[in-house]
Design a protein around this ligand. Structure first.
Ligand code: SF4
Length: 350
């Protein structure tokens, strides 16, 4: 059952002076026009009328899109006063927005506090100086650390968005960015493998060979490494990859079930490590992987054990042809496992 709903309002940043290589915001804005506060109110009303029958614990109004705090302050106030109205009368529980790290300072945060904003997500993308430079972000890593610290000091919930596979990025830089993110103590994070969108500098770089998009395998491996660092630190990873509805036909995007690919790979590795540990203990010279085993997860992660379209099951069948594997939920085993926690029991002769 859905407990949490977000009412997304896409505020484009018309006149954004930055030139992030992956962004086609200017083209989108030119085609779609700007959202007005009246449009925002209409969107909120429409969502509330469809959500009212649902037993939800929380409804958020979220200003996504460009850089909310980069638009003129009068415009910010027009949008925020509408959101505050709905929050004050209890129809929504939180106000959420995303922005750039260099559009954060005390004055901006005082304004957001006055309008009851709860969650600020920073589009950080990377903490590696070279990746930031090659991606045309227009700010350095120190700006990110300063803004994140200020957001936490003010008592907002901090979110960090990171991209995987921007120009100059490597697995090591991804791991570095994830570790640096943990040091900033965000409560939430999003991980986006880079999507090459037409009409962007990145697309031109791709066409003339200066940019090589990540293979799906590299994207999974890098995202998995970052996911595990953030997850182990208790950061709530609210999105991995784009929603299928966000992927347009003319984009070089990753799999619509990308999150399941990443979480499935984590499940596979955690199960394999345990099964090998068990067999190597009993047969250190030649583990034979014969017998019967039970793989266990909680209900939420049950499908991750099988992997997308059963790829993990096929993987294990091929790897351990003489091992009979049963997949069960923790409740059936009388235990309780956390998300991304997997347990292996060997029930047959080892
Ligand atoms: S991604 Fe970069 S270029 Fe695009 S709107 Fe945001 S700051 Fe501007």
């Amino acid at each position: 059952m859905k407990k949490h709903a977000i009412i997304p309002i896409f505020i484009s940043h018309r006149g954004c002076p930055n030139n992030c290589v992956f962004c086609n915001q200017k083209k989108i804005t030119a085609r779609q026009g700007d959202v007005t506060p009246q449009d925002a109110r209409r969107t909120i009303e429409e969502h509330l009328s469809t959500l009212k029958e649902m037993p939800l614990e929380a409804i958020e109004i979220a200003f996504f899109g460009g850089s909310f705090t980069g638009i003129p302050v009068e415009d910010q106030r027009s949008f925020l006063s509408i959101a505050k109205e709905y929050k004050d009368c209890g129809k929504v529980s939180a106000i959420h927005l995303s922005t750039r790290p260099d559009y954060i300072n005390e004055e901006i945060l005082d304004n957001l506090k006055a309008y009851g904003v709860d969650i600020i997500e920073l589009g950080v993308q990377s903490l590696d100086p070279e990746v930031l430079r090659l991606s045309g972000r227009g700010h350095d890593a120190d700006t990110v650390y300063r803004s994140a610290a200020l957001i936490r000091e003010y008592g907002f919930t901090l979110g960090i968005q990171l991209m995987i596979g921007l120009p100059g990025d490597t697995l090591e830089k991804c791991i570095f960015s994830a570790n640096e993110t943990v040091k900033m103590s965000p409560q939430i994070a999003r991980l986006y493998p880079t999507v090459v969108i037409k009409d962007t500098p990145l697309y031109d770089m791709y066409l003339d060979g200066r940019y090589l998009p990540l293979s799906e395998e590299d994207a999974i491996n890098r995202t998995k490494a970052m996911y595990e660092i953030l997850d182990n630190a208790g950061v709530n990873i609210i999105r991995v990859g784009l929603k299928s509805s966000d992927i347009m036909a003319d984009q070089l995007a990753f799999h619509p079930a990308f999150r399941q690919l990443v979480e499935g790979r984590i499940a596979r590795e955690r199960l394999q490590t345990q099964i090998e540990r068990i067999y190597c203990k009993t047969h250190p010279d030649a583990p034979d992987f014969c017998g019967r085993a039970v793989f266990i997860s909680n209900e939420k992660c049950y499908n991750n054990m099988f992997g997308h379209k059963g790829c993990n099951r096929q993987y294990f069948e091929k790897l351990y042809p003489h091992l009979e594997i049963k997949y069960i939920k923790d409740t059936e085993a009388g235990i309780s496992l956390a998300d991304n926690e997997y347990k292996v029991l060997v029930t047959g002769p080892v």
